[in-house]
Design a protein around this ligand. Structure first.
Ligand code: PMP
Length: 399
């Protein structure tokens, strides 16, 4: 028998990715994530960060981290159920629940850990998960970890969701539980899920609703309270609200907010939460400071939206298609993957950092430059970025 080579596949598969131009070429941010920043030795305008409100570099968040290191140290020392449950973690959860208008919140290490840890616990064999076809990869992985049956409904199509749920009613034996799960804001297109219709349809079929609001928090709703606030829905209608501190909150971490029963259940069952070390105290303290900022400095959310409206209108005015975007995620549709990559490279040469999104992340003919607006971009930042976008669009014959 030929001797098996246990590791040669690593190089072979990596080179195949390089050849197909599907490997990641990582850029290096040399300093803070700010509207004007240094990337790979160049000064550029940042148009692709999820740091929507620029809180990652806010003095109150930075000071909170420094103070927490002094009072609590650099790390937590353990997982939360053993010896790593600090007063700062609990304070963050209490503050977040109040901010969200929920009975309770549970903070996970990341949003990915929240989805991967909770979804497989909410459902088991004999249950059904019904998922929007464009849901985020962390939801997909969470669903894969569950033993439940799966069904997918067409993107944001509540009528199709209804059909899927009607068909589920006829399943024998009857499903024990049904979980309907959707992103709040979809990260490739910047459109908003019809959560009101999803919630009504789910309620009519006795299904639980789970929304991943990673891109809605700090963006949508009253003072950035997120998609449940945006639609004026109640916790009885949307039972599980999941989110992240890694985007508009400017730090890192995930959470689940809802009823006390949900949090008690999630805490005792989510393996990602139980078996993985808790946040360093500086992370929890900065997240608390982010909530402070959202509650007392409403100008950040306001600026984010005024920049978004200005930018999207200007890009559309140049003749570009921005797809179904209604949020600070503004895709500039290019079509061909090669053109999208060329567009991004030229923009970078002109001092604008915006990444191309190409197959397999989106369909082959739907390549785009995904720009993401930021509250701290000044008028001159926006105008300079827009001039570069128009120039490259003309160079590549797109407008
Ligand atoms: N859900 C969505 C919709 C996301 O965009 C992301 C981040 N890319 C996550 C979950 C994961 O969040 P985190 O970065 O906190 O792991």
């Amino acid at each position: 028998m030929a001797r098996r080579d246990p590791v040669s596949f690593l190089g072979v598969e990596y080179r195949a990715l390089v050849e197909a131009e599907l490997d990641w070429k990582l850029r290096v941010l040399e300093g803070p994530s700010s509207p004007r920043c240094r990337v790979d030795g160049s000064d550029v305008i940042m148009l692709c960060s999820n740091n929507y409100l620029s809180l990652s570099n806010h003095p109150r968040l930075k000071q909170a981290a420094i103070d927490a290191v002094k009072t609590h140290g650099a790390g937590s020392g353990s997982v939360r159920p053993i010896a790593g449950n600090m007063d700062l973690h609990l304070e963050l959860e209490e503050r977040l629940a109040v901010f969200k208008g929920a009975e309770a919140s549970l903070v996970y290490q990341t949003g990915f850990a929240a989805n991967a840890g909770l979804i497989p616990q909410l459902t088991d064999s004999g249950d059904l998960i019904v998922s929007d076809e464009l849901n985020h990869g962390s939801i997909i992985d969470g669903v894969r970890l569950s033993k439940a049956d799966r069904a997918v409904y067409r993107h944001s199509d509540a009528a199709h969701l209804e059909e899927v749920l009607d068909a589920a009613e006829r399943h024998t034996p009857p499903y024990r539980r049904i979980l309907v799960i959707t992103d709040g804001v979809f990260s490739m297109d910047g459109d908003i899920a019809p959560l009101d219709k999803v919630a009504t349809t789910a309620r009519d079929h006795g299904a639980m609703v789970y929304v991943d609001d990673a891109h809605g928090e700090g963006v949508l709703g009253d003072g950035g309270r997120g998609i449940v606030s945006h639609f004026g829905l109640t916790r009885e209608e949307v039972q599980v609200e999941m989110g992240t501190f890694s985007k508009a909150f400017g730090v890192v971490g995930g959470h689940v907010s809802g009823s006390r029963d949900l949090v008690d259940f999630a805490l005792n069952r989510s393996r990602t939460w139980l078996l993985s070390g808790s946040h360093p105290p500086s992370v929890a303290a900065s997240c608390i400071a982010a909530i402070d900022v959202l509650e007392t400095e409403p100008e950040h959310v306001r600026n984010l939206w005024s920049n978004t409206e200005y930018f999207r209108k200007a890009v559309q005015g140049m003749g570009f298609d921005t797809g179904s975007s209604v949020t600070p995620i503004v895709p500039i549709m290019i079509g061909d993957s090669g053109d999208a990559k060329k567009f991004s490279r030229r923009l970078f040469e002109l001092g604008v950092f915006a990444l191309p999104i190409v197959f397999p992340m989106v369909a082959r003919d739907r390549a785009r430059i995904r720009t993401i607006m930021n509250a701290a971009l000044s008028q001159s930042d926006l105008d300079e970025a827009l001039a570069a976008i128009e120039r490259v669009g003309k160079e590549i014959d797109l407008v």
